[in-house]
Ligand binder design. Structure first.
Ligand code: TNX
Length: 551
């Protein structure tokens, strides 16, 4: 009996259900060429191996094992001995000009993923996992194939506002995993704003002890209301370092944003002497744009900026630091004695391009950019930084349309495309009747079709100017996203469309084909337990207007 029972166990094990992989993935690879010969069978005996001594590939191997465990139920062994049978081999010695390129080769004995770097290798891993059509306890047959792939843009961003609503460290990691699935390589982390200061700065402790909490939050769309429930949170420096490392392991660089000189009311609550009126200030309970900014005529403001940016640069090793620059009404500066004295002292004069106060903003942004450049880093600013003349070598993030990026590229600045009409995932994605998404006065309809249609390189640019467009980014402003579940709903599957904008050559883009592949991709969302906009996959929703309402 015992022998029969054991035999049955073996035979049921060897007859584990089987699914066949399909290389129908998002974002669409450069080339997928089916090969002659048998398929590779991934079972629980398959080994993941990597180049001995390569710690970056070892980390990739650990991630691949996690992904495959989720999708197949198998716990694969990881080895630094390169096998020649029943193995997934991870290498990073592909010869390519594009450091994120990879090849994925499948034959009946091996799956080989060769990256031009560990990052390239990771995108090959993503392709492998996305080709598994469903999650379950099963073996997977991978048809023989040769995939050659590389991204179109070097900058593939997703932004996250953790101020209007706060998301603890574990949720940020979850967010990082979600964007990593979409081959995103940059997290733009919006850490400070009027409604809270979210990063611990040891030299200015009150930024978080005082500035991280607000006394309440406006209710719905009523700007005069407050729920009077204290709300806040911040990341300790240890948490920040841990998140930066977590992102790096997934080949994601983190760009912190310290929004200057506006969107600073939380900092002014902590240090009112840095404002033009001296306060008192309260951390904002509503959304929108405050007239209170840092006082540009006060030299201690520049010391404050330097102290904060230097600590931030200690925490975030990536080349870029975002210094904001958006939405700075100049009413306080126009009336402030110190700001006006500074304008006089600097000899700033209104001309056809800018007001004296806009030039004063350039003076502050220029100072911040130099602090960053002094440490060999580069500053990024929202497109308003062009108004008073953008500091040299500053990257422009174009959000109020395409014009900021065009002007930037024409004047020799690098630019990142994130225009509201294609890239704002706080905007409504569902036709009105389907969900209860909050429609704010500034929100418009941004369906997935419109995201997909985005072309980040404007036709008017010369090839030289076009080379200044580093890439594109989706922005996730969290005024109306109180929970991670809702964040996922707003981001998915629009980020899949954005990932194809960021990765795939425009000549290969086709919305209907994307939609077909998205049907397979959503199984990854299901496997991870993500909440996503399911109406996108519903026949009726398919008939929704494809032409978006223009803002
Ligand atoms: C504009 S985009 C803002 C944010 C808001 C967002 C809402 C930008 C540079 N500023 O402060 O959250 O609109 O869509």
């Amino acid at each position: 009996m015992a022998a029969i029972a054991a035999g049955m166990a073996v035979s049921s094990c060897s007859h584990r259900a089987e699914v066949t992989a399909e290389y129908n993935i998002v974002p669409l690879p450069v080339q997928v060429t089916p090969q002659e010969g048998g398929a590779f069978k991934l079972s629980d005996k398959t080994v993941i191996c990597y180049t001995p001594g390569d710690t970056a590939l070892q980390k990739n191997a650990v991630l691949l094992a996690e992904y495959l465990k989720t999708l197949t139920g198998s716990d694969l062994k990881i080895s630094d001995k390169i096998e020649d049978n029943n193995a997934i081999v991870l290498l990073s010695d592909l010869n390519s000009d594009n450091p994120e390129a990879y090849t994925l080769t499948v034959n009946d004995k091996l799956i080989t993923i060769n990256g031009a770097s560990a990052a390239g290798n990771f995108y090959g891993i993503n392709t492998l996992r996305k080709s598994i059509v469903s999650a379950g306890d099963h073996d997977v047959l991978f048809p023989a194939v040769e995939i050659t792939d590389e991204p179109r843009f070097a900058y593939r961003g997703t932004h996250f506002d953790v101020v209007r609503h706060f998301f603890p460290a574990d949720s940020v990691k979850e967010y990082i995993d979600m964007i990593a699935l979409h081959n995103v390589n940059t997290l733009h982390w919006h850490l400070t704003d009027d409604q809270g200061w979210r990063v611990e700065i040891k030299s200015r402790p009150e930024l978080t002890t005082v500035g991280s909490m607000r006394n309440g939050t406006m209710v719905g769309t009523d700007f005069n209301s407050s729920d009077s429930i204290p709300y806040g949170g911040f990341y300790t420096q240890d948490e920040i370092r841990d998140i930066v490392k977590y992102a790096a392991d997934r080949h994601i660089n983190v760009i912190p944003e310290i929004d200057l000189p506006g969107h600073m009311v939380a900092a002014l609550k902590a240090y009112p002497e840095l404002g033009c009126t001296g306060g008192p200030y309260e951390v904002w309970e509503k959304w929108g744009v405050s007239e209170d900014l840092l006082c540009a005529g006060n030299d201690s403001t520049l010391v404050f900026i330097d102290d904060v940016l230097n600590e931030v640069m200690d925490l975030f090793p990536y080349e870029y630091v975002h210094i904001g620059g958006d939405e700075c009404p100049k009413v306080r500066w126009e009336k402030c004695v110190k700001c006006q004295a500074k304008i006089k002292q600097l000899g700033l004069k209104k001309d056809s391009h800018s007001t004296a106060e806009q030039k004063l903003q350039s003076y502050v942004m220029d100072h911040a950019s130099k602090t960053i450049a002094n440490r060999g880093r580069k500053a990024i600013g929202w497109d308003e930084i062009l108004e008073g003349g953008a500091p040299e070598s500053t990257v422009v993030m174009s959000w109020r349309g395409l014009d900021g990026a065009i002007e930037a590229a024409e004047t020799g600045h690098d630019a990142i495309m994130t225009p509201v009409q294609y890239c704002y995932f706080d905007y409504v994605q569902a036709p009105d009747s389907i969900t209860d998404e909050t429609l704010l006065p500034y929100h418009t309809y941004l369906p997935i079709e419109k995201v997909y249609s985005f072309e980040p390189v404007p036709e008017s640019l010369t090839p030289e100017q076009a080379s200044h467009i580093l890439g594109a980014q989706a922005n996730v402003w969290a005024e109306y996203m109180p929970t991670m579940n809702y964040v996922q709903y707003k981001v998915l599957p629009r980020l899949a469309a954005m990932s194809e904008v960021q990765w795939t050559d425009p000549s290969k883009k086709d919305f209907n084909d994307f939609k077909r592949r998205l049907g397979q991709f959503k199984n990854q969302y299901d496997a991870e337990g993500y909440n996503y906009a399911k109406f996108v996959f519903d026949e009726e929703a398919d008939a929704s207007p494809v032409t978006a309402v223009e803002p």
